[in-house]
Design a protein around this ligand. Structure first.
Ligand code: CDP
Length: 218
């Protein structure tokens, strides 16, 4: 197992964009665990499988093979890399991510990624459940308004017709669902380095993380 770094935090704290850039700069592999939950949610939602523990869900999850390929993510043979970023998936993903069957299906695939060398993983439970023994843990957060603003701009750039207020409500809703679920809720690891990014530019956050990681790895 290589040097493992985890980056957790609530929706829209900038984890994924930051972690991806830091990973690229330092030449470390990057694992986006949220993309895996999104991939399963997107596929089940499209098939009309409700987010509830029952036989249909268990069978459907068992029939899905999630595969990471370069920067892309596939479910069975479908490339879902772009589709999983829609506002629709934003709204349904937490319902599926709360289910034990879904989480168990992804846990091994996530842990396996650390077997190939150094790794930066980001999500909600990477420092608490997936890699509790990680070498370095971060917790990125920001005010709900700052997070909603970022997500809103991102959706507009993609041409989705959304209202800021709607996105803010959805962010609050996702925070509530992710923090209150029974299985692997969003928690700040006690040993994590906490960064409030509300008034930080993305570049600043990237520089800060890269600096800390480099000093620790040296
Ligand atoms: O990028 P954003 O913060 O919008 O979310 P994401 O990292 O893509 O994660 C999407 C959703 O997947 C979260 O709201 C959680 O419900 C779920 N998730 C999780 O339960 N555990 C993880 N390790 C990562 C994501």
């Amino acid at each position: 197992m290589g040097f493992v770094i985890t980056v957790d935090g609530p929706a829209g704290a900038g984890k994924s964009s930051v972690a991806k850039r830091v990973a690229k700069r330092l030449g470390i592999r990057y694992l986006d665990t949220g993309a895996m939950y999104r991939a399963i949610a997107y596929t089940l939602d499209k098939k009309g499988v409700a987010p509830a523990e029952n036989g249909e869900l268990t069978r459907s999850v068992a029939s899905l093979v999630v595969r990471l390929e370069g920067q892309g993510i596939f479910v069975n043979d479908e490339n879902v890399t772009e589709s999983i970023r829609s506002y629709r998936v934003d709204r349904v993903v937490s319902g599926y991510a709360a289910l034990k069957t879904v989480r168990n299906a992804l846990l091994n695939l996530q842990r396996e990624q650390a077997e190939y060398g150094d790794l930066i993983a980001d999500g909600r439970d990477t420092g608490t459940v997936v890699f509790p023994e990680a070498d370095l843990k971060f917790f990125l957060t920001a005010s709900p308004e700052a997070r909603a603003e970022r997500r809103y701009k991102e959706l507009l750039r993609k041409g989705e017709a959304v209202l800021y207020k709607e996105v803010l409500t959805q962010i609050h809703e996702r925070d509530r669902a992710d923090s209150n679920r029974e299985v692997a809720p969003l928690r700040e690891p006690v040993e994590a380095i906490r960064l409030d990014t509300s008034s930080m530019a993305e570049d600043e956050v990237v520089n800060e993380l890269a600096f800390i990681i480099q000093s620790r790895m040296a």
